[in-house]
Design a protein around this ligand. Structure first.
Ligand SMILES: C[S@@+](CC[C@H](N)C(=O)[O-])C[C@H]1O[C@@H](n2cnc3c(N)ncnc32)[C@H](O)[C@@H]1O
Length: 241
């Protein structure tokens, strides 16, 4: 008989109740539903954010991006989070830098709805806007952003079906960028310099084999690759001269 690991059972027991018997939760997990969707929340840095099938589940690598960002900037006044999904990065950065104005965008209306729920849940005031990358940002902040962060989709279309089954349950728009996987990173790289102030920082999460192509996408910026805790190339970082 199929079963789930003991540590997952313990987590499901914590969310089981009269309306959600443990047997039903285990059946959902055995059906391939990610554990965090069943739990309804995921930890991210100092926060717990609500997650469901409308958004990507925040990953430890992205917590690494958050930690890197907090080490690279001191007192940011203006922060932008592109591709915000659940709002995890934007909200964690607002929590860390309460005096900063934090702007977050996402092309998915569903994601903006979840991020709006998380803004309410955390009480952290960030500006959320639906739209393509930089498009919904107020032009008043052009050239004055201290920190841009992004965890964009970076999987190639052809690789989608090779992803683990539970990852394929997450929104495809959150995972797949296009035929090469680099499409969204390249568009972020083409525009980031214009939005940053001199000395401003951009940090973009990438796939572990995308370092060379991704760094060359950051036009007018001296971009380098940084590694995650397990030594894999996972971030492009640049400081505007
Ligand atoms: C990998 S998920 C990251 C979500 C969240 N930042 C995190 O790290 O958990 C990528 C997000 O980018 C959004 N997205 C995809 N294409 C976009 C675009 N052109 N402009 C803005 N957001 C986009 C998706 O809807 C999805 O929420």
């Amino acid at each position: 008989m199929a079963t789930i690991p003991e540590h997952e059972r313990v987590r499901l027991e914590a969310v089981a109740g009269p309306n959600a018997p443990i047997e039903d939760l285990i059946a959902r997990r055995l059906g391939g539903e990610p554990l965090q969707y069943i739990e309804g929340t995921a930890p991210f840095g100092p926060l717990d954010v609500a997650v469901d099938e409308r958004v990507l589940i925040p990953r430890p690598e992205t917590e690494g991006l958050f930690e890197l960002a907090t080490r690279m900037v001191r007192k940011p006044e203006v922060i932008v989070d592109l591709c915000t999904g659940s709002g995890a990065l934007a909200l964690a950065l607002k929590s860390r830098f309460p005096s900063a104005a934090v702007f977050a965008t996402d092309i998915s209306p569903d994601a903006i709805d979840v991020a709006t729920d998380n803004r309410y849940r955390t009480g952290l005031q960030v500006y959320l806007a639906e739209g393509d990358l930089f498009d919904p940002l107020p032009t008043a902040i052009l050239g004055s952003v201290d920190l841009i962060v992004a965890n964009p989709p970076y999987v190639a279309e052809v690789d989608f079906t090779n992803l683990p089954a539970d990852v394929q349950r997450e929104p495809k728009v959150a995972l797949v960028a296009g035929p090469t996987g680099l499409e969204v990173i390249q568009r972020i790289g083409a525009s980031a310099a214009a939005w940053l102030r001199p000395g401003g920082v951009v940090i973009c999460e990438i796939g572990e084999r995308q370092g060379v192509s991704a760094t060359s996408s950051f036009l007018d910026l001296p971009a380098i690759v940084r590694q995650d805790l397990s030594g894999r190339d996972r971030y492009v970082v640049a400081v505007k001269p």
